[in-house]
Structure formats: structure tokens, C-alpha cells
Design a protein around this ligand. Structure first.
Ligand SMILES: Cc1cc2nc3c(=O)[nH]c(=O)nc-3n(C[C@H](O)[C@H](O)[C@H](O)COP(=O)(O)OP(=O)(O)OC[C@H]3O[C@@H](n4cnc5c(N)ncnc54)[C@H](O)[C@@H]3O)c2cc1C
Ligand code: FES
Length: 370
């Protein structure tokens, strides 16, 4: 399903910012000319200070409605600090810039669920936001396929929408909600990791479909576990991994719906790349083999890569001007994303999907104007 249809910078204004749970706030933004997005997608929010972070919409698109986000406040976090200021004094600047929507953890039309083709959703913490939007969208469209939602937190107080999902479970026979708490004495429900609970309950996912959102560790482990132990096909695992901006993975080569990291190939040696900049001037940059082209360009502050190398946003697109024979062609999923970006061209590639090997020395790329 096409996802990153545009990446225009739009003004957004804070409507409200209120606490939802310990360390979690709900931020509502009004965005005039808000373009239609699909539930499960995310946007990039830029503060006046230039700090830019990705956040998933927690509600389905509705004309004229505010955008809703659930955001965990991270200690010493830059965006978190701005939210904290907004929360306590209301004095942070109320104007932001938004770009997007991005991401492909969206509802798959072919998801026809039954007892033998189960749909499983996994979230930890604020990873529930995109899944809540997906569920809302499905309800608005008249149905909720037989579906099991596992939502994990360290304490029961972290499951801030628990009551809402319990009511939904009572009202909709096809929907099952499994809260999972791992660190609270006296909790009588499921314990452990959401992915382990799902693997116990669904030993055969060979015809199933899984949506997983939240911490990169959970997403990567869920993909590994459910594929290895429950025969989940790779193409039926859809994920949004909440990568931290300063520590984005540098070796995420295989374009998939997850951010599971791959082993770097050709890790030895250095690579030198020619770069044509948007203003037309050219330079040469070099870096250690074993990372990705995005990582090299990021180190040089030439590109940032909004989704952290998940192959979900297209913001790391470059044009190949001259390629050594060692440059492997784009995989199918990369080609699919490139095809839905504005002004696609055959020589475009996603820098996050190009592993840097010593054999790529001599590669020449152009960075498009943003
Ligand atoms: C596609 C995508 C969607 C996202 N959607 C959401 C969302 O809906 N809700 C939400 O709360 N967050 C979401 N995030 C994470 C979000 O973009 C920020 O990384 C997070 O809010 C921290 O930003 P900050 O500026 O406050 O902290 P930073 O200044 O970036 O970091 C401060 C400290 O916290 C650590 N840190 C930051 N983020 C994390 C993390 N995720 N896990 C562990 N340590 C971390 C950093 O390593 C650093 O030490 C998403 C990320 C991506 C890539
Ligand atoms: S597609 Fe998002 S960083 Fe490459």
C-alpha cells in the first residue's frame, strides 16, 4: 500500500497538552490544510529550536479534527523538555512545523481474519498510539476483524487506555484485549513480554498477520520470535519501531516493515563517495565500511533520515550519478516506496538501504533539494 505520499512542511499549532499516565502526555495539534493520512502512519514535528522528532498519530484521520499524539517524556529528552515546559507553564512556543505523513504500518486490505488466520497486535508503552488509530479506523469502517491486542507496560498505570479497550472487548465479540504487566507485585493478569504471550497463545501464525509498535527491542524480538517459533511469514509482519533520534541504527539494510538491524556486510576498510549538493557544488566524503550510506551522509550533516532507516519515510532519497558494479539493485520494497514519493526517477535510491562496503568507493550521488 503506498504510504509516503508527500512531505510538505505545514504549520501546526498546539491545541492542548495534558497528562495521560505517569510520564505520558497527550498532545493535540491543529493543522490547517491537514492532508489525509492512513491510520498507523507518523509525522515529523519540528520545534522552533530545530529539534525534529517522529510521532505516530493516535487517532484515525477525520476532517477538521486535531491531530492526537501520545508521547512518553524521556529524561533529558529535547522534545520531552519542550513538552514538560508546555505542561507545567504553558509557556513553550505553540507553533511547530509538521511534515509527513510517513510509514507503512497501515491496515492491510487483505487482512481477512478467522480462527485460522488470526490478526495479532503488539504494543508497549506509547506504541499503542498507532494501533489505537488502526482499531478506530476499522471500527469506523463498520467492523473489527477477529483480532487480539497485547499491550505491555512495567506497571498497570502505564496502560492508560486499559478501560477503553476492556469496554471495547465487552462490546465487540471479535476483539480480545490482553494487558501484560511485567514489574508490579499484586498484578493478577498476564506477565512477561507481549511477544512471548502472543507466541504462547498463537503457536501457528503461518496464516496470521502481526502489527507491532513501540520499542525497537520489542519489535525486533517479536519479529525474530514469531517468525522462528510460530511460522509467521516475513511479509505479514508490519511494524513501527520508535527509534530514538540520537541513536538511530546505522546498519538497517534490509528494507522491511521493521527496524530489526542486519549484520553489516563488507565491514572492513573505508569508502569514498562523491556528493553533488543541492546548490550544485561537489565534494568527496569518506567513512568506515560496514555502516549505511545514510549513516555516512548523516555524519556529514547532509541528510537526517526521519524514520531512522526503517525504509518508511523516503526522506533519505538520493540520486545515483555513477555507480560501481558492486551497487546492488533496489529490493522490491525499496522500489515500491521510491515509486510513491513525489517526482520519482529511475536513478533514485534510499540511502538507508545501501550498505557501505569498500567496493562502493567511487559511487557518485546527488542530494535532491528538500
Ligand atoms: C517512526 C517513529 C514514530 C514514533 N512515534 C512515537 C510516539 O507515537 N510516541 C512516542 O512517545 N515516541 C515516538 N517515537 C520516538 C520519538 O520520535 C522520540 O525519539 C522520543 O520522543 C524522544 O525524543 P526526545 O527529543 O524527548 O529525546 P532525545 O533528546 O531524542 O533523547 C533523550 C534521551 O532519551 C533516550 N531515548 C529517546 N527516545 C528513546 C526511546 N524511544 N527508547 C529509549 N530511549 C530513548 C535517548 O537515547 C537519549 O538518551 C517515534 C519514533 C519513530 C522513529
Ligand atoms: S526511508 Fe526513512 S531514513 Fe531511509
Amino acid at each position: 500500500m503506498p504510504s509516503s505520499a508527500f512531505a510538505t512542511a505545514l504549520p501546526a499549532r498546539v491545541e492542548s497538552c495534558v497528562p495521560l499516565a505517569p510520564e505520558v502526555v497527550e498532545l493535540r495539534l491543529s493543522v490547517p490544510q491537514l492532508p489525509r493520512y492512513q491510520a498507523g502512519q507518523f509525522v515529523s514535528l519540528r520545534l522552533p529550536s530545530g529539534v525534529e522528532r517522529s510521532y505516530s498519530m493516535a487517532s484515525a484521520w477525520s476532517e477538521g479534527e486535531a491531530l492526537v499524539f501520545h508521547i512518553r517524556l524521556r529524561p533529558q529528552g529535547q522534545f520531552s523538555g519542550w513538552l514538560q515546559q508546555l505542561l507545567t507553564s504553558g509557556e513553550a512556543p505553540h507553533q511547530l512545523t509538521l511534515s509527513g505523513p510517513y510509514g507503512n504500518c497501515t491496515w492491510q486490505e487483505s487482512s481477512s481474519a478467522s480462527a485460522s488466520t488470526p490478526i495479532v497486535m503488539l504494543a508497549v508503552g506509547t506504541g499503542i498510539a498507532p494501533l489505537a488509530a488502526l482499531l478506530q479506523e476499522q471500527l469506523a469502517q463498520g467492523g473489527l476483524a477477529p483480532l487480539t491486542l497485547y499491550w505491555g507496560g512495567a506497571r498497570s498505570a502505564d496502560l492508560y487506555l486499559r478501560r477503553h479497550f476492556e469496554q471495547l472487548e465487552a462490546a465487540r465479540p471479535g476483539f480480545r484485549f490482553v494487558p501484560v504487566v511485567d514489574g508490579e507485585a499484586g498484578w493478577s493478569g498476564r506477565r512477561g513480554r507481549v511477544q512471548q504471550c502472543a507466541a504462547e497463545d498463537f503457536p501457528d501464525l503461518s496464516r496470521g498477520r502481526v502489527y507491532a509498535c513501540g520499542s525497537p527491542a520489542m519489535v525486533a524480538d517479536a519479529q525474530r520470535l514469531l517468525q522462528a517459533c510460530c511460522a509467521l511469514p516475513a511479509a505479514r509482519f508490519h511494524a513501527d519501531s520508535f527509534n530514538a533520534a540520537p541513536a538511530m541504527p546505522s546498519t538497517t539494510f534490509a528494507l522491511s516493515t521493521t527496524s530489526a538491524t542486519a549484520e553489516p556486510r563488507g565491514a572492513a576498510g573505508r569508502v569514498e563517495i562523491g556528493v553533488r549538493h543541492p546548490d550544485g557544488h561537489c565534494s568527496r566524503v569518506s567513512g568506515a565500511a560496514g555502516t549505511s550510506l545514510l549513516e555516512l551522509l548523516r555524519q556529514q550533516q547532509l541528510l537526517s533520515g526521519i524514520c531512522g532507516g526503517q525504509g518508511a519515510c523516503g526522506s533519505c532519497r538520493v540520486e545515483i550519478v555513477a555507480a560501481p558494479a558492486a551497487l546492488a539493485p533496489a529490493a522490491r520494497a525499496e522500489s515500491r516506496l521510491l515509486a510513491v514519493l513525489p517526482q520519482p526517477a529511475p536513478l533514485h535510491r534510499l540511502a538507508c538501504q545501501i550498505p557501505l562496503t569498500a567496493e562502493l568507493s567511487g559511487l557518485e550521488i546527488a542530494i535532491p533539494e528538500r
